[in-house]
Design a protein around this ligand. Structure first.
Ligand code: SF4
Length: 328
């Protein structure tokens, strides 16, 4: 048995409803399922530091506002980010006006995989790119500071990385990076294998060099994250240990709890336990965590704690790369 203290980094997929038709994901094909009762979210622990509300499209959930209220009442200082495809501009505006009254420092990440028509093709939504830009402008007007463009890199769009990265700088919003992946519980049956390694190297190197050239720790850490993601894509191995389930958790819209959103090891269902703690310390949960520790992934939710736990490795790479050049 590995563990352990309670995790403090939660990814909550609060609905599988989605108004996008993305080529790399089949969540939008799922049949509508009953949402987890709001009371189940009251079982989540205190002392959560990071929450990512995702989906599907989280703004389509009628429970979004109430879930945020529950989270804030238990964890007033938690960082909360909503991940959205940004297509329902007016709906997002209406909900954000209410959400900002509860959590003024909430962050929003809007997916953008390419510029213009290429984004529309990837996401299967005509006019999708213009909707994303309209949503970003609207969120800025609402005064939201923590705004990000979220780029998911795959073979089909890797050559768009530098353009979306440049757009994030032009818009004055942050840029977050992920790579397509396969997952039994999330993206089942879509083949997201990455083969264009040379293109990944050249596009990632632009981002890494630019982030390293800045005088801000956050940028340097973003450079390390991108470097480690590239190594993971090339070798299938993480540079740092996997603490999925130990520090971070994924809960799907039906209440099934996993060590991460790419894990197939279910730890239990929240509905069957009186608290998250009881579920977490169950035999099945601990076995799932142990199994998951042997698996590999590199996503921000599972990388964050590894980076914090291994600062020497990270800063050694930053210093070496800044002063002696990057070796990809
Ligand atoms: S990737 Fe996100 S936006 Fe696209 S279909 Fe899947 S859940 Fe919806």
């Amino acid at each position: 048995m590995i563990k352990i203290k309670m995790p403090n980094d939660f990814v909550l997929a609060i609905t599988y409803s989605c108004n996008s038709r993305c080529r790399m994901c089949n969540i939008w094909k799922k049949e509508a399922q009953p949402l987890l009762d709001l009371n189940e979210y009251k079982k989540l622990p205190e002392k959560i530091k990071d929450v990512n509300l995702t989906g599907g499209e989280p703004f389509l959930s009628p429970n979004l506002l109430e879930i945020i209220k529950i989270l804030v009442s238990k964890n007033p200082r938690a960082r909360i980010i909503i991940s959205s495809n940004g297509f329902a501009t007016e709906l997002i505006r209406q909900k954000m006006i209410e959400i900002l009254k509860i959590k003024p420092d909430i962050g929003i990440g809007i997916s953008l995989d390419a510029i213009g028509e290429a984004h529309n093709q990837i996401r299967g939504i005509p006019g999708g790119y213009d909707k994303v830009l309209a949503t970003i402008a609207m969120l800025k007007d609402l005064g939201i500071k923590n705004l990000r463009l979220a780029f998911t890199a795959g073979d089909y769009n890797i050559n768009e990385l530098k353009r979306v990265y440049k757009l994030s700088e032009d818009l004055g919003v942050q840029f977050t990076l992920a790579a397509t992946h396969n997952a039994e519980n999330y993206f089942n049956s879509v083949d997201n294998k990455i083969t264009k390694i040379n293109d990944f190297e050249s596009e990632f190197s632009i981002l890494i060099k630019n982030e390293l050239s800045k005088l801000n720790l956050k940028n340097w850490l973003r450079a390390y994250f991108a470097y480690a993601l590239l190594q993971f894509i090339k070798t299938g191995k993480r540079l740092l240990p996997n603490y999925s389930g130990q520090d971070s958790i994924f809960i799907d819209p039906l209440g099934d709890v996993y060590p991460s959103d790419v894990s197939g090891h279910v730890m239990g269902n929240l509905k069957e336990f009186e608290s998250f703690e009881k579920l977490y310390y169950s035999k099945k949960s601990q076995e799932a965590i142990e199994l998951e520790s042997k698996n590999q992934n590199w996503m921000i939710c599972t990388a964050r704690s590894a980076i914090k736990k291994h600062p020497f490795n990270v800063f050694f790479w930053i210093i070496k790369s800044k002063f002696f050049g990057i070796r990809l």
